[in-house]
Write a protein that binds this ligand. Structure first.
Ligand SMILES: [Zn+2]
Length: 224
């Protein structure tokens, strides 16, 4: 199910803004006004979300697939620029002496830089792209990465696999960033790219209905 992320935010806000109908003498209660019969169902909630006009970006977030939910949520937050990068922390009043990217130390740490502009990250995308036989990855913002599989792949299974690998890569980059800041540990880009492969094999094998490694080989081409 593809969900327009911004619409999802709007939809959730709309759900929260539903008129409070309680306040009786004996007890308070919530009344669902998303449907005429007053009965809440997930389907009706989805309809409410989809029917709301998009307030901004057209980024489409894929919530199905084989990556763990925590991984998808991280990608979604990155796409909306809601990750606590150094620049975002300073914007929120937190005092930091050093705003530089912990991966390359060549620019300020923003989500856009971490995932698309960083030299360290560029090598990872290059290696992951070669592994999956993708066209060269040109991403200027996180949304470009989120939409990459849709733009480069044709059939549904390929899109699902490549989408998951992109998400896994974003997840791994963020973990590497955290390891450097909080644990003073670092890996080379080639090591991180190998870690992406290992996580991909593990998650597909244990979390998806795809037929294990063979399906992955078929969909991605030759894997190193
Ligand atoms: Zn960097």
């Amino acid at each position: 199910m593809a969900v327009v992320a911004e619409e999802c935010c709007d939809g959730v806000a709309a759900l929260l803004a539903r008129r409070w109908s309680g306040g009786g003498v004996d007890r308070d209660w919530w009344k669902w006004e998303g449907a005429k019969d007053g009965v809440f169902t997930v389907n009706k909630a989805k309809t409410l979300i989809y029917d709301r006009p998009s307030a901004g970006t057209a980024m489409k977030m894929e919530w199905v697939g084989w990556t763990p939910l925590k991984c998808k949520i991280l990608v979604w937050r990155a796409g909306l620029n809601r990750l606590p990068t150094k620049v975002e922390l300073v914007k929120r009043g937190i005092s930091l002496d050093n705003l530089s990217c912990p991966l390359c130390d060549a620019d300020q740490e923003t989500a856009m830089h971490l995932f698309t502009g960083c030299l360290y990250t560029s090598e990872i995308w290059s290696r992951v792209g070669a592994w999956c036989r993708l066209s060269p990855i040109y991403a200027f913002e996180v949304a470009d990465l989120i939409m990459l599989a849709d733009n480069q792949m044709k059939n549904k299974k390929e899109i699902q696999i490549i989408q998951g690998i992109i998400f896994t890569t974003i997840w791994s980059i963020w973990n590497e960033r955290n390891a450097r800041i909080f644990n003073n540990k670092s890996r080379r880009a080639i090591e991180l790219a190998e870690n992406v492969k290992v996580s991909t094999f593990f998650w597909i094998r244990h979390r998806s209905r795809l037929k294990g490694v063979l399906a992955l080989r078929t969909a991605c081409g030759a894997l190193g």
